[in-house]
Design a binder for this molecule. Structure first.
Ligand SMILES: Cc1ncc(COP(=O)(O)O)c(C=O)c1O
Length: 424
């Protein structure tokens, strides 16, 4: 076969490729049904305008994404550079993360939350927590399965389930007690019962927080209704005024019913590095490891070695970073309140969650309001409706600009609203 093929006249092949075949109309690409279940990406429109304005040289204050703008610590970067220069680190690494990194995660859980974890069976590294979360959905859920998710929702909490062909019931997170009683109500009344409970506190986008007793009740409900729990603890390290976000795994019996995802994206300013962890129930961890074993080969080893340095040596910097976010929170919340906006003071996370002020709230959709701030105010915010219908009427503002720039944002917002009064 190969010897026959090698005798082919290559000019004939080339002329065929460059001739009639290339002139054929494009074949219709028939994507999978699961792709059709995804709505158009709302932030795509915002990002396109942001890009256009920036390329025209316009200074935009960008509070759109929770993408940290400060760098990781120098010793972490130095370790990455050193490890990247070592030829031993360039092959495939361990898919679950190297043992020394998983041990460091166990040490942090012990130090910070008093939780004992076995690095072998109860901890797994992911390529960012979003990757781990999505694949966990694929490992646990399928057609006919239902997951309870927060409302409003961080998009992957909804679409991780949808992409796994599961169904969702979304429950309002603003009042944690009500959230729990709604979980119980849903389990009592939905048939078949939900299989998984997805929670996320400190919550993105609303910044709602809880105290440790919340998770004790979660474990009780999980036991009673046979619910697997996935807690997305992305904002574990960003908290203010002495508030300590509780770990789900610190609740007695938590690792019998669920797992918790953490990340180095937020507190450690390592969002682009893609380092996250899943910890807790060994059977759920094994299920995730099985899926990941097929899909990926784990993280670049040099990144894992640098992440160890970050976990071991930069705790003080993580706290200092929280203090920076707290200062920004104070400036932004005070400024918006001076404009007459209703904004609760977040106790944790990287966002202010503000109601669109009247009369604009009644006069236009949240996306139109956000587009007005973008186009006429040169300020980027996320419209709450990007986080589902429960977010309509709200804006999410990320604390990723400096205090001075946030003051500038408030001025620009105020001026923009003066230029755009609601006329009946
Ligand atoms: C609630 C929540 N979970 C997960 C993530 C993604 O984190 P990672 O960078 O670890 O994938 C984010 C990032 O914005 C988030 O807000």
């Amino acid at each position: 076969m190969t010897s026959d093929a090698s005798k082919l006249d290559s000019s004939a092949v080339n002329s065929e490729n460059s001739g009639s075949m290339a002139d054929q109309p494009a074949m219709a690409i028939r994507v999978a049904d699961r792709l059709e279940r995804l709505p158009p990406y709302m932030f795509g429109r915002i990002n396109a305008i942001l890009y256009q304005k920036r390329s025209e040289g316009i200074d935009m204050v960008d509070m759109g994404m929770g993408n940290p703008s400060d760098p990781p610590q120098p010793e972490v970067i130095a370790k990455l550079a050193e490890a990247a220069s070592d030829k031993a680190n360039h092959g495939y690494s361990q898919a679950n993360g190297i043992a020394s990194l998983r041990r460091e995660v166990a040490n942090k859980y012990k130090r910070k939350y008093g939780v004992t974890l076995d690095p072998e069976s109860e901890i797994l590294s992911c390529i960012g927590s979003k990757e781990g979360f999505s694949h966990m959905c694929l490992a646990l859920l399928g057609p006919g399965d239902t997951a309870i998710i927060p409302a409003p929702y961080f998009p992957i909490h909804m679409y991780g389930v949808i992409l796994a062909s599961g169904n969702v019931v979304s429950l309002d997170v603003a009042d944690p007690d009500k959230f729990l009683s709604n979980v119980a109500y849903t389990c009592e009344n939905l048939s078949p019962r939900p299989k998984a409970l997805i929670i996320n506190y400190p919550h993105n986008p609303s910044s709602a927080t809880i105290d440790p007793s919340f998770f004790i009740e979660v474990v009780r409900l999980a036991r009673k209704y046979d619910l697997m729990v996935i807690h997305d603890f992305a904002y574990a390290d960003v908290a203010f005024d002495g508030y300590q976000p509780p770990s789900f795994l610190a609740a007695p019996g938590a690792s019998k019913v669920g797992v918790e995802f953490t990340t180095m994206s937020k507190g450690y300013n390592m969002a682009g590095w893609r380092v996250g962890f899943c910890a807790g129930n060994p059977d759920m961890i094994r299920a995730l490891a099985t899926i990941k074993g097929y899909y990926d080969y784990g993280m670049f080893q040099a990144v894992q070695l640098a992440a160890i340095v970050a976990l071991k040596e930069t705790e003080a910097a993580v706290e200092a970073q929280s203090a920076i976010y707290q200062g920004r929170r104070d400036v932004l919340v005070a400024g918006l309140r001076q404009l007459g906006w209703e904004v609760p003071t977040p106790k944790a996370g990287m966002f202010a969650w503000a109601q669109v002020p009247e009369p604009w709230r009644s006069a236009m959709s949240t996306i139109d309001f956000a587009m007005m701030l973008l186009e006429d105010g040169n300020v980027v915010v996320s419209p709450g409706s990007g986080f589902g219908p429960a977010g309509e009427g709200y804006l999410r503002l990320a604390l990723v600009e400096s205090e001075e720039r946030l003051q500038q944002a408030v001025r620009q917002i105020g001026d923009c609203l003066k230029r755009n009064p609601v006329t009946k």
